[in-house]
Design a binder for this molecule. Structure first.
Ligand code: PLP
Length: 431
C-alpha cells in the first residue's frame, strides 16, 4: 500500500517557487535577499473575503491591518481590487500611508495603545473612527477635543492565537479595557455628550479554528448588549479585529471564510434580529489573511556548516524576517526550482547576524541544499519587511511585486549611505 504524503499540497505560490529560471533572473536583477510578492494572490485573497462577507452580511467593512505590510503598492493593489476596503491603523505612520493611498478616513479605524496626546490629536484630526485602548486614553483625548463617535477595545478576559506570544487579550495582555470595566469606560463619553459608538475586540493572531471566531463573536455581542442596555445606546459598528489565520504548515487547512461568515451572521440574528440592514456594521481587520501567503523572501545559501548542529547559512536573517527569532514562528522553506524534493537533513537555518537567536528555522528537515542555491522563505508577505531592521548595519533589501509574472520594483534596496543619511555627519567639517 502506498501512503499518500500530504506535503506541499497547496501553497498558492508553489508554481512560482518551482520556476527556477524566473527566480534566478529576479535574484540577478534585484539581488538577494529579496521580498517577492504576487499581485494575483493579493487580489484573490481580498476578493474571496469580500464575497464571503457579502454573501451573509449587508453592512460590513474589511479594514486591512496596515501593520502587516505598508508598502503602498501592496495596499493599493488590495484597495483597487475591493474599493470599499478600509484600513486599520495603529500609528500616525499607518494613518499617513492610508491617506496617501486614498483610503477615505471614514473607512479607517485607528487603534493605538498607550497613545500620546500628539498621536491622539493626529488621529482625531484625521476624521477616522477612533478606537481607544483604555479609559486613560479617553482622558487625554478629552483635553484635545471630543470626537462625534468613539469606541473602546474590549479585553474579554481570554484570547487565542497561533502561539502564546501573539495572544492579545486575556489576563496577561497589555491591550484593551477589561470586561469588568467596559461599561464604565463608555459611561464617561456618554455623559460628555458623545452619542455614537463602536466596540472593538482583537484577541489574537493566526487563528485557524473556525469555532473560535463564532464563540468570540457571541461573547462580544453579549457584552455589547449589556452596554447598550445599561447606557441606552446603540453601537454603530462592532469590530472583531483581525486574527484570521493562514496555513503556515503543509498539513493545515485554510479557513473556509464563506462558512465562517454564514455562522457569524447567525450569531448576529440572535442578538440583533432578522433584519440584516439594522445590525451594526461588522468590521474585520485582517492582516495575515490578506497578505501573508502572497509573498516570500528569496535568499541565497551562503555557507553550510557542520558543528554540534548542522547549519544552512543564508544572506537573509533575523534582520530580514524577524518572526522566527522573535517568537519562534514557523515559516516553510523551499528549495527554489525543486520545492517537492524529499527532505533528508535536519538543519538550523540562520543568517549572518551576530546573535545566536538569528534563526529562520530550527531543527528543520530540508532536502539536500548546496552553497549558492536559492531558497524561498514562505509566507513573508505579512510582518516581513515591516519588522525588518538594519541591525549590524545591514541595509534592508528590495521588494518586488510580480504582476502577471512581470516584476515591478516596489521598493529599492537600501544603501549604506541610506542608513547614515539622517546623521548629517561629515568627517571633514566636524570640529
Ligand atoms: C488591533 C489589531 N487589528 C488587526 C490586527 C491584525 O491581525 P492579523 O494579522 O492576525 O489579522 C492586529 C494584529 O496584531 C491588531 O492588533
Amino acid at each position: 500500500m502506498t501512503v499518500k504524503v500530504n506535503r506541499h499540497k497547496n501553497h498558492p505560490l508553489l508554481p512560482l517557487i518551482s520556476d527556477k529560471e524566473q527566480l534566478e533572473s529576479l535574484a540577478e536583477k534585484f539581488g538577494t535577499p529579496l521580498y517577492v510578492y504576487q499581485a494575483e494572490r493579493l487580489q484573490e485573497n481580498i476578493k474571496r473575503l469580500d464575497s464571503a462577507l457579502k454573501q451573509s452580511i449587508e453592512n460590513y467593512r474589511i479594514c486591512y491591518a496596515l501593520k502587516a505590510n505598508t508598502n503602498p503598492h501592496i495596499v493599493s493593489t488590495l484597495f483597487q481590487s475591493v474599493p470599499s476596503m478600509g484600513a486599520d491603523c495603529s500609528s500616525p505612520g499607518e494613518l499617513y500611508i492610508a491617506q496617501k493611498v486614498g483610503i477615505p478616513p471614514d473607512a479607517c479605524i485607528y487603534t493605538g495603545n498607550y497613545e500620546s496626546s500628539t498621536e491622539l490629536e493626529t488621529a482625531l484630526n484625521s476624521g477616522v473612527h477612533l478606537n481607544l485602548d483604555d479609559i486613560t486614553s479617553y482622558k487625554r483625548l478629552k483635553k484635545i477635543g471630543l470626537p462625534k463617535e468613539l469606541s473602546f477595545r474590549l479585553n474579554p478576559g481570554f484570547g487565542e492565537g497561533r502561539f502564546p506570544a501573539i495572544v492579545t487579550a486575556g489576563h496577561d495582555a497589555k491591550f484593551g479595557v477589561p470586561r469588568e470595566k467596559i461599561i464604565d469606560a463608555y459611561r464617561h463619553p456618554a455623559e460628555d455628550g458623545i452619542k455614537q459608538f463602536g466596540l472593538q475586540c482583537m484577541t489574537g493572531s493566526g487563528n485557524l479554528k473556525f469555532d473560535y471566531f463564532v464563540q468570540l463573536l457571541k461573547t462580544i455581542l453579549e457584552i455589547a448588549s449589556s452596554i447598550e442596555r445599561e447606557l441606552s445606546l446603540q453601537f454603530n459598528y462592532i469590530s472583531m479585529g483581525g486574527g484570521l489565520g493562514i496555513p503556515y504548515k503543509e498539513e493545515e487547512e485554510p479557513l473556509n471564510v464563506h462558512e465562517l461568515f454564514k455562522e457569524i451572521s447567525e450569531v448576529f440574528v440572535r442578538y440583533y434580529g432578522n433584519t440584516n440592514s439594522e445590525w451594526p456594521t461588522l468590521i474585520i481587520e485582517p492582516g495575515k489573511y490578506l497578505v501573508a501567503d502572497t509573498g516570500f523572501v528569496l535568499s541565497r545559501v551562503v555557507g553550510l556548516k557542520e558543528s554540534y548542529k548542522n547549519f544552512v547559512g543564508l544572506d537573509a536573517g533575523m534582520n530580514t524576517l524577524l518572526r522566527p527569532a522573535l517568537y519562534n514562528a514557523y515559516h516553510r522553506i523551499y528549495k527554489v526550482g525543486d520545492p517537492l524534493l524529499s527532505p533528508t537533513h535536519t538543519v538550523d537555518v540562520t543568517g549572518g547576524i551576530c546573535e545566536n537567536t538569528d534563526r529562520l528555522a530550527t531543527d528543520r528537515l530540508l532536502p539536500e541544499i548546496s552553497e549558492g542555491d536559492l531558497v524561498a522563505i514562505m509566507d513573508a508577505g505579512a510582518y516581513g519587511f515591516v519588522m525588518s531592521n538594519q541591525y549590524n548595519t545591514r541595509p534592508r533589501p528590495a521588494e518586488v511585486l510580480l504582476i502577471n509574472g512581470a516584476p515591478k520594483l516596489i521598493r529599492q534596496s537600501e544603501s549604506l549611505d541610506d542608513i547614515f543619511r539622517l546623521c548629517n555627519w561629515d568627517r571633514d567639517t566636524e570640529a
